[in-house]
Design a protein around this ligand. Structure first.
Ligand code: G3I
Length: 419
């Protein structure tokens, strides 16, 4: 792999911005990690644990060039890590009765060695279920399968996890249900209460982790994303109102280089989360350039502009606590691995969606992220971009969801009274 490339490349990269090479130092005090820490934020990446060298010396400094560049970049730049695939059911569950923890254990060992935090991704999702699931899971055993998985996995890493994506991507309006939940195997076997079951089991297994609901396509102000964002908020409000342990919303933030930018809607979601005392994490950021014309410079400029405008928008919100990109190098991104039309560029060129390029040199997106981190705690979003309807009133009142099915939201049960 390209990880043999010397790390010094990152220090004096031929940056595609106008800075002189001397200003392109990206390690130590100039790293994302240092800049995030200065404003009280976590920054990090989705990683492949197999590629992390457990023998790396976190204190040796990048100048030595003695570590592979994948490992070095992760050590230098990240204060928080998440496994891109290694903690999903398909990775952890070779059979219905066994677990394979080697890669997840490796990630925790590496992170502890390098004083980094770990997000858990994920405990309950409709994708990347192991092959045996289709022939083994039934209405009769799904509840036990889910509970035992969560007890075992979240229990194993209890006290060592920053936050868990307990339920991932449960809202899907096109499935046509009145509650807008996705017709996932979990829903079909257990019913909508699978979500509460998962959060409750996770809280029991790891009372310290921040339990997170994580979803995508909830960033923009398009009709579709506004509707989905509203339904995500309704779901989270229902859980919160019922006393289900939920502590954060994960906004994945797989963004596009062309098309509309995020605006008032995502800020409204973040502020509604704050009213419930919930944190927000930007969990999977990258910028897709499949539809953007032009060469690498055009891609880089457009990608960096999206990082800058998006992070300038969301990071000043005080309950936004972490930003993670989905991978960190274009040498290893799902957008360059997928053969789907939404990933392939007509010119056949590779995408450059992340803060480091194929050769692990920082891209303009790196500098955009770093600049946004620097201004993260200075409010830059005028509050008057929020309409009164979205920003005020009863926190349990229906959220404005233009474009969503014309079904009233289900009644919100009152929280149980103590004693
Ligand atoms: O592990 C097998 C390997 O043995 C086999 O040779 C190879 C052949 O294709 O496939 C490998 O599995 C692939 C796996 O990634 C590991 O590379 C799967 O086919 C592929 O589907 C899987 O894709 C992952 C995808 O989730 C699954 O839906 C992507 O890497 C991963 O980036 C992506 O991550 C998701 C988040 O979990 C949730 N949010 C969206 C995000 C992007 O889709």
């Amino acid at each position: 792999m390209a990880a043999a490339v010397g790390f010094q490349r990152c220090l004096f990269a031929k940056g595609r911005d106008s800075q002189s090479p001397a200003k392109l130092n990206v390690t130590g005090a100039d790293s994302l990690r240092a800049h995030a820490s200065a404003v009280g934020l976590q920054v990090g990446f989705a990683v492949v644990p197999q590629l992390l060298d457990l023998n790396a010396d976190p204190a040796s400094g990048s100048q030595t060039g003695s570590q592979d560049v994948y490992t070095r970049t992760v050590i230098e730049q990240a204060s928080i890590l998440v496994a891109e695939n290694a903690m999903k059911w398909s990775s952890l569950r070779p059979t219905a009765t066994t677990y394979a923890f080697d890669q997840a254990d490796r990630l925790f060992a590496f992170a502890a060695h390098c004083t980094q935090q770990v997000r858990g991704h994920n405990l309950c999702w409709h994708e990347q279920l192991p092959a045996w699931f289709a022939t083994t899971a039934t209405k009769d055993n799904a509840r036990d399968l889910l509970t035992q998985h969560i007890q075992t996995v979240a229990g194993r890493y209890a006290g060592r996890v920053h936050s868990w994506d307990v339920v991932n991507e449960a809202v899907h309006i096109p499935d046509g249900r009145a509650d807008c939940l996705r017709k996932s195997p979990w829903l079909e076997f257990i019913g909508p209460e699978y979500i509460e079951l998962a959060f409750t089991a996770a809280a029991k297994a790891d009372p310290q982790a921040k339990l997170t609901y994580n979803d995508y396509d909830i960033e923009l102000d398009t009709a579709e994303q506004t509707a989905k964002r509203g339904q995500v908020l309704q779901l989270v409000r229902r859980l919160h109102a019922r006393g289900i342990p939920i502590h954060a919303i994960g906004i994945q933030s797989h963004l596009q280089a062309s098309g509309p930018r995020a605006g008032a809607g995502v800020i409204s979601l973040i502020r509604e989360a704050a009213k419930m005392g919930l944190d927000v994490y930007i969990t999977e950021m990258d910028v897709n350039t499949h539809a953007l014309e032009g060469g690498p410079d055009a891609q880089d400029a457009a990608v960096a502009a999206v990082y800058k405008s998006y992070l300038d928008l969301v990071l000043p919100e005080p309950n936004v606590k972490a930003v993670l990109t989905w991978g960190f190098t274009s040498a290893r991104t799902w957008l360059n691995q997928s053969k789907q039309p939404w990933a392939l560029r007509p010119d056949g060129a590779r995408q450059r969606p992340l803060p480091f390029d194929d050769e692990y040199a920082p891209t303009p997106a790196f500098f955009a992220m770093r600049n946004s981190l620097d201004s993260a705690r200075q409010p830059v979003v005028p509050t008057d971009i929020l309409t009164p309807q979205q920003n005020q009133g009863d926190p349990y009142a229906p959220f404005a969801v233009p474009g969503s099915p014309g079904v009233p939201p289900p009644p919100v049960p009152q929280p149980k009274l103590q004693g």
